[in-house]
Design a protein around this ligand. Sequence first.
Ligand code: 6YU
Length: 432
Amino acid sequence: GGPVMAKENERVIVVGAGIAGLGAANSLQSSGYDVVLLEARDRIGGRIWTERSSGVAMDMGASWIHGIKKNPIAALAEKAKAPLSPIFDYDHASNYKSDGSGEGLPDKNAERFMSTMEDYLAWYLRREPNASLQTLIDDAQSEGDLDFLTSAQLNFMVNTEVEHEFAASPEKLSVEALDEGKSQKGGDVLFPQGYDAITDYLAQSLVIHTEAVVSKIKYDAKGVVVYSSAGEFRGDRVVVTVPLGVLKAGRIEFSPSLPDKKLQAIEKLGMGVLNKVWLTFPHVFWHRDIERNIIQYVSEEEGHFSEWLNGYKYVQQPVLLGFNAAEYGVTIESKSDQAITDEAMAVLRKIYGEDIPGPEAVKITRWRSDPYALGSYSYLKVGATTKHRKHLAEPVNNRLFFAGEATSSAYPATTQGAYLSGLREAERIRDL
Ligand code: 6YU
């Protein structure tokens, strides 16, 4: 049918100006709702966050559009006139062994690892869907099906394909995690001039209250009251888009308290950690990899900067982006910038030699410690299933609505999942 217009003066309060909240607010406002958008930080975008203080656009949160084909984020990028990089090719990587020599992990071994995991997954989904991913890996190992990998190569695969991808260790991940959120087709791209082009675009016609930390939401038959550090806001409905980590920590009090099903979902789903380290160098020293997308380091060590993005390829500046996730990603947060930089440089020196220069600038994320994220993105913890994402997404008494990355069953842990979840709740409100 045609556009559904809002009931006169109906007011919807949206909590959180990440891409889910911006999507919901935009959609509701253009259907005539009176929208109030409350954001805790002094900036919008949430886990889409571009830092420009060193002169280069550095994305500290989301980097890629995962699968550009029919991806709503790619459509937004076009509307925002944001340039996108050429398709990111994951095979376009240099592999080094822990002694710095090449051929750390041949592509065919990486592919074989993935297909072995898929084979086991099919069995586990039918027989033991609640097992951990570690159980599956142990099983494959004891059957001899991973014998084609050295232990360093296996460690590296788990690190890059599991921990960096799902932001959690295989002990914590349910096997079902491997099965959910298949990425869209068409390859991955990134925003060389910053991911925030799309959140800025969505925010254009919205009035946003920043530094409004919401601490309590009251709801009853008459409406909602939202208490924040910027005052009290009354409305007819509220869309809560804060990260799962914030809900888990109980940073927002709900009155009356949330139904058991919702509380269970919040508890059972996991909130993972992926952190980034951006290093700016005086000049490029990785000439032999200057055409590569990724520089990879195969070692026995767990998660120690095993993967680097060659920033030169995207921004023509001497920058490298390192990743760390899961337990190592958490541990790193309590260390100083200097200590983290030393660990990162130790890996780069093993690959490129002792003579490489130190960085001129460093930018390090600590997503677990960030009070408005309390983690990077959600995952299916052992004991959780997609059903819990659905429960998290369910409205309460047609007053409270929930959106955000963790509520997406189709594309969890991504920007498109978050954005579509905001549109989903806007539509649910229009349909009332
Ligand atoms: C994607 C990607 N990506 C990396 C990292 C992170 C995430 N994601 P928001 O949190 O945005 O909004 C909620 C708002 O609520 C927020 O503004 C808060 O401030 C506010 N708030 C909180 N509490 C409040 C309160 N009390 N009151 C008021 N307001 C409050 N997604 O599509 N592509 O590449 C990555 C990545 C480090 C942290 C990602 C990626 C996830 C998305 O960022 C995320 O799902 C959405 O932005 C969430 O939006 P939202 O609105 O739901 O929440 C080299 C190499 C190559 C190969 N391998 C490398 C490994 C790569 C594997 N994956 C990488 C993923 C990356 C880089």
